[in-house]
Design a binder for this molecule. Structure first.
Ligand code: DX5
Ligand code: ZN
Length: 216
């Protein structure tokens, strides 16, 4: 089944706990937590304490997406705070093996995220270690940006590569996912859909999640 992961970057952050509970009750599969350091991408968002708050608010998996320039230092902190998945950006992961190993040692599942124009080929030698691959559908930083259409073709290319290698790594699409873009992404091989502004702008989260599922 396709997993739907609301991104709390679009939530009412003054009511973070209640927003996470509401999305859980509405049928979300995972909660997506965007960590941005103001250096790797132009926004400053959440520290590890937000993962602790989220962990108390819900039992569904917490999916941390680290858009930070120093993942070696920060990735284990998010794993220790209670994240189930910790994904770091390939563009910032100079010592990739060391970073992914540190996430595993800290008790989380490691993932790699890649920007819209970063080549999939750069993932080749890392695939065996990954439990999640995040393809960005927008440039990292903000919710509510328009979807970059080339993401769909890239999703298909990655999905074909994984099938050939017999690897069942979930492919997560992050950015610009709505009831208009999701179906093509899933047809191309996406299995996890992050959605921020589209879901949180709804006045009825359960209806928004159901509509997104029905659009597939
Ligand atoms: C962008 C973030 C996304 C963002 C998605 O840097 O990684 O998770 O919240 O927001 P929407 O779904 O509004 O594009
Ligand atoms: Zn994200």
């Amino acid at each position: 089944m396709i997993k739907i992961a609301p991104s709390i970057l679009s939530s009412d952050r003054g009511r973070l706990s209640d927003e996470i509970k509401a999305m859980t009750d509405a049928g979300a599969d995972w909660i997506h937590i965007d960590v941005i350091d103001g250096h790797f991408a132009p926004n400053i968002t959440f520290g590890p304490w937000v993962v602790e708050v989220a962990r108390k608010a819900t039992n569904i998996p917490l999916d941390c997406h680290l858009m930070v320039s120093d993942p070696l230092t920060y990735a284990p902190l998010f794993a220790k705070a209670g994240a189930d998945y910790v994904s770091v950006h390939l563009e910032a992961a100079l010592h990739t093996h060391k970073i992914l190993s540190s996430i595993i040692e800290a008790g989380a599942k490691p993932g790699l995220a890649i920007n819209p124009n970063t080549s999939l080929a750069l993932l080749d030698d890392t695939l065996e270690m990954l439990e999640l691959i995040v393809l960005m559908g927008v440039n990292p930083g903000f919710s509510g940006q328009p979807f970059i259409p080339a993401t769909t073709k890239k999703t298909k290319k990655l999905s074909d590569t994984l099938s050939k290698l017999g690897l069942a790594i979930p492919i997560e699409i992050d950015g610009g996912v709505t009831d208009k873009t999701a179906a093509d992404l899933v047809a191309a091989g996406a299995t996890v859909l992050v959605s921020g502004s589209h879901l949180f702008s709804s006045s009825n989260y359960a209806e928004a999640i159901t509509n997104l599922r029905q659009s597939l």
